[in-house]
Write a protein that binds this ligand. Sequence first.
Ligand code: TEU
Length: 560
Amino acid sequence: MTTIANDANWWKTASIYQIYPKSFCDSGSKGTGDIQGIISKLDYLKLLGIDAIWLTPVYQSPMIDNGYDISDYYAINPDFGTMADFEQLLEKAHQRGIRIIMDIVVNHTSTEHHWFQSALGDKNSPYRDYYIWRDSVDGERPNNWQSKFGGSAWELDEDTGQYFLHLFAKQQADLNWENPQVRAEVKEVISYWAEKGVDGFRLDVINLISKQQDFPNDDIGDGRRFYTDGPRVHEYLQEISSAVFQKYGSVTVGEMSSTTLDHCQQYSSLDNKELSMVFNFHHLKADYPNGEKWTKAPFDFIQLKQIFNHWQTGLNGKGWGALFWCNHDQPRVVSRLGNDQEYRLESAKMLGASIHMMQGTPYIYQGEEFGMTNPGYTRIEQYRDVESTNMYDIMVNQQGVAHDEMMAILAQKSRDNSRTPMQWNEDTYAGFSKSEPWLEVAANYREVNAKSALDDENSVFYFYQKLIELRKELEVITTGTYLDLYPHHDAVFGYQRQSQAQTLICLNNYYGQDTQCRLPDSFDVSKARYVLGNYADLEQQVSREQLLRPYETRIILLES
Ligand code: TEU
């Protein structure tokens, strides 16, 4: 087995590429992607320059939630291939210096997992206590907690009369981490993959594993305050980390739902007792007015800058964050915060630059590197995602929201926006598969695809390649402090990174009109230079007054 030379902090200058296998590349004609498809694209990823791949779940699963409902942690889903295919992927990636990060989903299992099948309907099953069961209260459900995908978080087990908890779909039963046997199983699962040579783990909704044990009713919310960053979560993570992650030197990234900076400082503390780094989602709620996802709303630009400032300054010297706009749960950023029509290239590059120059580890979601957009679906039949179809049912059929309004909301917010097949070229089905894909390809694939990006030196692809290189070249990107230069500016997001030897300024115009800003007087423009921009004709000399064109980004460096 090929291993990659071990530098304990490799991930601090790395860029990580996320693959959603079902939508990445079909090596045959099934209409769904697979592991051999991924292997066939490793050279493409090498050219982009990424250091690691985060693979969303490829385990055995009934695929109610596309693999986040695992029925066997030790087997590869035959839809994706075999264990031999997986081992080949690991080997071929390692040969190219690319590491592999697996997704670990241990807040819940599929209800088809044999543990749950044994536990269901049998209070004496040795696996009963692997899950969370409660009696009904006054003939009602145990409490009013809501599933993240809509409806109650409790489902009745008719044979025993008890309810089990599911924070996500009712086919995803929450594991009972209070039970030491569950924690032992989790350690065994992760060790199994680490022994195979997997380099790291992305831990799904890992801050939800410890629930407040009295399971109180939530009079002011959906219950999340009683299980988010719960009472024993740090203890559990330390236990897993010392038993597995530290032993194997695995990189770890925890997906943190509705978390706080305080907790994240601890999850990702630099002594590496829990995790290497965290994903938080606060910046992706700038278009959730009053925290409500299921509305159609513009983003709050000032709030977006405040959130970045809070996390960039708060984690500096204390912890480590993941930098990202896109993943398989989020709409495409160029459609969301940019302009996916007239300024698609400019805004995709500008959005990339605005987070890639921050401190943390950037994640690039498949297709983001050439500016893939939301597909603009107009019919409910086009959607596949369990959350989207549940919410349609709840909002339209139960709450009376108009069909057209809901279609407009889904077009903006649905998770399927990011799950459309990868657009490889202009062939039928965008070169993703020889057969009709499981989810419809976006109509713009003839223009927006990897091949045309590779053929164009001004493409988003080569801009991302440069961003990845800059992180390796300029230490200030990894080590520098963060200062928001224009927190109140209504169009410019500009910040300064400062280390002992380097000062870097990243200016970004978030809108389609010209705008202006002034570089700080303390910044010596005479010695500064532009290192990257998204318009071709930048002047040589950096001027104090900066005129930014639509969606323009400029990265300026001063070295002492
Ligand atoms: O997502 C966790 C999560 O809470 C969200 O990102 C969720 O999709 C969003 O809040 C819905 O509005 C993770 C996975 O990334 C997601 O794909 C899974 O469905 C979920 O966990 C359950 O395993």
